[in-house]
Design a protein around this ligand. Structure first.
Ligand SMILES: [Zn+2]
Length: 387
């Protein structure tokens, strides 16, 4: 057994300084309030001055450190999984791009291979973004491979590895039947790269859609005669919104507005990070399109944003600084809401019975240590020593 003591436990609706977390194997056994007697354990970690949070769950990431899910290699997924633990991410959904079926197959196999020999962050499923999107809202998705929603295609991919989310434009021909089919199979549909009207979104919701992909980006804006999908994200109480809180994809004021009007239970931080994340400015590639990264902002030659270089812990720091909402509320947006919406149990709380997937952060939200299934998998101090 392992005891992480003297930490400030930050978990949904819990803020407990000087607490201790008892871990047995991959499970949290008990959280001890300050002053309570803790049992003797073979291993004690003193987390003095640190916050302990449930490991982050990034449900939308294409890559980091030069690796992209669409490279279709186990090594690329491993590299992303390794990079992500330095951001405090203990689970992520490798996210694909608009691409030919064969390339999606390769990506699915790569994720399955990594999952079999997992060494770093967990991959509970895959997020399929595109290819069923609107040509006029493609953003950095390659328009050459856009097609109509196809249930058989997703079923074939789902046989290679578990698909958790499909992001699509709900105005596409056949989209409603597709959303209905996916929902029946327990796959979450999310509206993305879409020019749908509010009423089309309502229909998709009736068929089971519950997420809006990178809310506000590449979706119908708010207009006073047609509130669009941005309006839907404010209006509806049963939609969950993915948010890229890098202050670029959403301006600081928009982040403040969203946190003011929407219930915090409906907000989910994502990175939507691409391969240039964690690397220098320069020329990169996304799904066969050239990307220019300048001061951390990734754009196509057209000027469209092309994913982010955001680190998950920085997104959390941004919303904390912008909203001032107590951390025991904000922490819900980092894993608990995502896991709950996708029906994944044991993720998102520091509580007896939950998985010992934990991140220890300093007061500036820098990641100090990351634990997966109770094992130390990232340690900033030991990495510095080796440099
Ligand atoms: Zn996108």
């Amino acid at each position: 057994m392992k005891l992480i003591k003297n930490v400030t436990v930050v978990s949904p609706d819990v803020y407990m300084p000087k607490a201790s977390i008892l871990v047995d194997g991959d499970i949290i056994i008990k959280v001890f309030a300050p002053g309570k007697e803790t049992p003797f354990t073979s291993e004690v970690i003193d987390g003095e001055g640190l916050m302990a949070m449930p490991g982050f769950f990034d449900i939308h990431t294409h890559g980091t450190l030069g690796a992209d899910v669409m490279h279709g290699e186990e090594e690329a997924i491993r590299k992303i999984a390794k990079g992500k633990i330095s951001e405090g991410v203990t689970s992520f959904l490798p996210t694909t791009l608009t691409a030919p079926f064969e390339d999606l197959q390769k990506a699915m196999r790569a994720v399955a291979d990594y999952a079999e020999n997992r060494a770093y962050a967990k991959v509970p499923g895959v997020h399929i973004e595109g290819p069923y999107i609107n040509e006029n809202c493609a953003g950095a998705q390659n328009p050459a491979f856009i097609r109509l929603p196809n249930t058989q295609e997703i079923e074939a991919l789902n046989n290679l590895y578990n698909i958790s989310v499909v992001s699509l434009a709900v105005e596409k021909q056949g989209a409603m039947e597709f959303v209905h089919d996916m929902s029946k199979q327990g796959i979450m549909c999310s509206a993305a790269h879409t020019a749908a009207t509010y009423h089309q979104l309502k229909s998709a919701k009736r068929n089971g859609l519950r997420h809006l992909t990178h809310y506000c980006n590449q979706m119908t804006p708010l207009h006073h005669r047609e509130i669009g999908l941005v309006g839907a994200g404010i209006m509806e109480s049963d939609l969950k919104l993915e948010l890229i809180c890098d202050k670029i994809h959403l301006s600081p004021e928009m982040i403040q507005l969203i946190f003011k009007v929407q219930d915090i239970d409906n907000l989910m931080l994502i990175t939507d990070s691409m391969e240039a994340s964690g690397l220098e400015d320069g020329r990169y590639d996304i799904g066969g399109l050239a990307v220019n990264v300048q001061e951390g902002v990734a754009t196509l030659d057209s000027g469209n944003l092309a994913g982010s270089t955001l680190k998950f812990n920085v997104g959390l720091r941004n919303i904390y600084q912008l909203t001032g909402i107590p951390l025991e509320k904000l922490v819900k947006t980092t894993s608990y809401n995502q896991a709950k919406s996708l029906g994944m149990e044991g993720i998102g709380k520091i509580e007896a019975g939950y998985k010992a997937d934990l991140v220890l952060l300093d007061n500036d939200f820098e990641v100090v240590q990351t634990y997966i299934d109770g094992e130390l998998t990232y340690d900033a101090a030991s990495i510095q020593e080796h440099q």
